[in-house]
Design a protein around this ligand. Structure first.
Ligand SMILES: Cc1cc2nc3c(=O)[nH]c(=O)nc-3n(C[C@H](O)[C@H](O)[C@H](O)COP(=O)(O)OP(=O)(O)OC[C@H]3O[C@@H](n4cnc5c(N)ncnc54)[C@H](O)[C@@H]3O)c2cc1C
Length: 395
């Protein structure tokens, strides 16, 4: 296992740091900057800033240069993830487009799709949503019901999606719908459609999360239309396309997440020192000390696991189902650390800030952590994947 980046990768770090120093205003790095801004204002600021970053060449770090990427190494991508966290830079507003859609289009899109979809999403001209989950189809995605009927040169789409990240900001949605017969198999007769969300037949409604934000929503399709050319990977081939698309979550190390949660651990420890418990700092409580130490150990395990993954991917290894172990490790480490924070502060940590006092960054992170063991494959489902596909245990 390599435990250091190459010299060339470190040169990239210097270049990125110099750019961030000059282009990420100090106030944007502080949580107070965002506190009094609406969801829409925050989104627009992040969208514009990220577009500037892409223009400067700090996006699509590992993408081939022919698609506007940097043609970088896995090490450069890991450094990018670290530096963005260390600078407290805004996170991407186009995660589904960048992480899932673009690599899928590079792999199996038509030349026209490659030319139009990729540059537009790289520069945030199009914000993409992912329309997979439905009220009756989450972990069991093949239970999806949305229908798309071919009428002349277009599909007419009816149905509902849910938990759609960025539903209120999306310009387009890559979504799964039933376009053909599925008697032979539930996985048959599904297509991946690329639907324009700015049309009367598409209605997005926000869902309020416990943090107070509405990062996701529901999307209703009522006789929405989609030209038959706006299909990815061929009619009735949607299941295969979806599996390929989801596989792009694999293969990345969790060095960015480690960096973020290690920073969080320091803040939780500081909170334990400054929180009074029966006349003494909470940090003196032996049970809490044990929990903090346990989290530090888990974080170190996450760090070395991340280096192991980075070494493997740098040597060209395809991680396959092993990637589920990374997802399990980072999401559960994050959630457990958040639970320790809740132990330090007490249950009032869940309560919204007092008037004039915004909710702290730690609280927002702790509330967000609850979702990370659900999206992208729940922990229970990931454990089954590891048991059956990595360890070869019987079903
Ligand atoms: C913050 C957030 C953002 C999201 N963004 C998107 C998005 O942009 N687009 C999108 O399409 N979806 C999105 N999702 C939805 C996400 O993919 C689903 O929530 C997830 O797939 C789980 O589905 P479900 O919520 O229907 O739960 P269910 O599948 O109903 O699961 C309920 C519980 O049962 C367990 N369970 C289910 N099946 C099994 C099994 N076979 N074995 C053992 N346990 C099982 C699960 O682990 C879970 O604990 C998002 C979710 C969240 C929380």
């Amino acid at each position: 296992m390599d435990l250091a980046f190459t010299e060339a990768d470190e040169d990239f770090r210097k270049e990125l740091r110099t750019w961030l120093d000059a282009n990420l205003p100090q106030e944007m790095r502080r949580s107070e900057f965002w506190a009094d801004k609406s969801d829409a204002e925050q989104f627009q600021i992040r969208r514009d800033w990220e577009a500037g970053k892409a223009k400067a060449g700090f996006a699509g770090i590992q993408w081939p240069t022919e698609y506007g990427g940097r043609g970088g190494t896995p090490g450069m991508k890991a450094i990018y993830d670290q530096e963005m966290v260390l600078a407290n830079a805004p996170t991407t507003v186009n995660p589904l487009g960048l992480a899932f859609l673009a690599p899928t289009v590079m792999f199996l899109g038509t030349e026209e799709q490659k030319k139009t979809i990729i540059p537009e999403l790289l520069h945030n001209k199009t914000i993409w949503c992912q329309g997979f989950s439905e009220p009756g189809a989450g972990s069991d995605l093949a239970a999806l019901q949305m229908k798309a009927e071919k009428q002349g040169e277009e599909y007419v789409v009816n149905g509902q999606k849910i938990w759609t990240t960025n539903a209120m900001h999306g310009d387009k949605i890559f979504t799964l719908a039933r376009t053909g017969p599925s008697e032979a198999s539930r996985h048959a007769g599904i297509s991946m459609l690329l639907i324009d969300m700015h049309q009367p037949g598409v209605e997005a409604r926000p869902l309020k999360q416990m943090s107070g934000a509405s990062e996701f929503g529901e999307v209703f399709f009522t006789d929405a239309t989609c030209p038959i050319t706006e299909i990815l990977g061929g009619e009735n081939e949607g299941w295969k396309v979806a599996m390929l698309l989801l596989s792009f979550e694999r293969g990345s190390s969790a060095i960015g997440q480690y960096t973020e949660f290690r920073k969080m651990w320091d803040e939780v420890a500081r909170a334990a020192l400054s929180t009074d418990r029966d006349g003494e700092p909470a940090a003196k409580d032996p049970v809490l000390r044990q929990k903090l130490a346990e989290q530090l150990v888990d974080l170190e395990c996450l760090k070395y696991h991340s280096w192991h993954i980075l070494t493997s991917t740098s040597k060209g290894k395809d991680l396959g189902f092993e990637a589920s172990m990374t997802k399990l490790m980072w999401s559960e480490t994050f959630r457990n650390l958040s639970d320790v924070y809740s132990d330090v502060v007490g249950p009032q940590f869940q309560v919204a800030g007092r008037p004039g006092v915004s909710r702290g960054e730690l609280t927002t992170m702790a509330l967000w952590s609850r979702s990370c063991t659900i999206w992208g494959g729940s922990s229970q489902v990931q454990r089954t994947v590891v048991a059956e596909r990595v360890l070869g245990l019987p079903k």
